[in-house]
Design a protein around this ligand. Structure first.
Ligand code: ADP
Ligand code: MG
Length: 253
């Protein structure tokens, strides 16, 4: 293989993300059973399904943290995972954000946000940190430590860290589930506004149909490792194609 040393998708651009017949398991049978799915450039796609349906596995495969035993993954048409290809996470031009924020407690806000920017020269790193913190409305927080911040503020720092390298694809695994329910709607709306501004293609994993309805351009509904329906939130809610989809969405209040 002969890849250039830069990520597949250029920083600051947006990219198509494609899964082609992905199958994967951990020993006793597959937990992802042939998923084909694509997210258009700039789209917010929600991977929705009950616990154990294979959402996080798909996200880790997209991130390059897991290599599926079958299928291909494409970023802007370039195969990054395939039968004889495996591009490591740092070469994919993707950003990651997980449920528990995972801020480093011993580092300042600025150092947390700078974490993914080590390859940049010092001056541009500082500029990128400033820009990312401004995006999430935390410009005055550079020298604070995570324990000094509220849950919502910590979530914004994690978001700043994820967008600071200007990834073309951003992968988020249950990014709001650690938050107080009072905060959730506000943080979700703020996060979505920041994501729209960056123009990144976003894949959000959630088990909460209400959340998917609120943030997604399109929802991909998973059950037991299979995709059961893909469409706009409105389509899934008002025209479910299975009893499973109908009952899943009936939980929304
Ligand atoms: P979801 O995110 O939808 O809850 P996961 O992708 O995390 O689903 O898990 C799908 C299935 O695979 C579950 O049954 C889970 O227990 C199993 N699983 C996930 N990760 C591992 C692992 N590292 N080792 C063994 N089994 C795993
Ligand atoms: Mg999960």
């Amino acid at each position: 293989m002969n890849f250039a040393r830069r990520p597949v998708a250029e920083s600051g651009q947006t990219a198509r993300l494609g899964f082609e017949d992905i199958r994967h398991g951990y020993g006793q049978g597959d937990v992802v059973k042939g998923v084909s799915l694509s997210a258009a450039p700039g789209e917010v796609l929600c991977l929705l399904g009950p616990s154990g349906s294979g959402k996080s596995t798909l996200l880790r495969i997209a991130a390059g943290l897991e290599q599926p035993h079958h299928g291909r993954l494409l970023i802007d048409g370039v195969e990054v995972t395939g039968p004889s290809t495996f591009l490591p996470p740092e070469r994919r031009g993707i950003g990651l954000m997980f449920q528990d924020f995972a801020l480093f407690p011993h580092m300042t806000v600025a150092d947390n946000v700078a974490f993914g920017l080590q390859r940049l020269p010092r001056a541009s790193r500082q500029a990128a940190v400033g820009e990312a913190l401004a995006r999430v409305g935390l410009s005055g927080y550079r020298d604070k430590y995570p324990h000094m911040l509220s849950g919502g503020e910590q979530q914004r720092v994690a978001l700043a860290r994820a967008v600071a390298p200007r990834p073309s694809v951003l992968l988020m695994d249950e990014p709001f589930s650690g938050l107080d329910s009072r905060l959730k709607d506000q943080v979700r709306a703020e996060t979505l506004a920041v994501l729209r501004e960056t123009g990144a293609t976003v894949m959000i994993v959630t088990h909460d149909p209400g959340e998917a309805m609120g943030v997604a351009d399109r929802i991909a509904l998973l059950k037991d490792g299979h995709l059961v329906q893909t469409g706009t939130p409105r389509a899934l809610f008002s025209r479910p194609e299975s009893l499973f989809a109908a009952s899943f969405f009936s939980e929304i209040n």
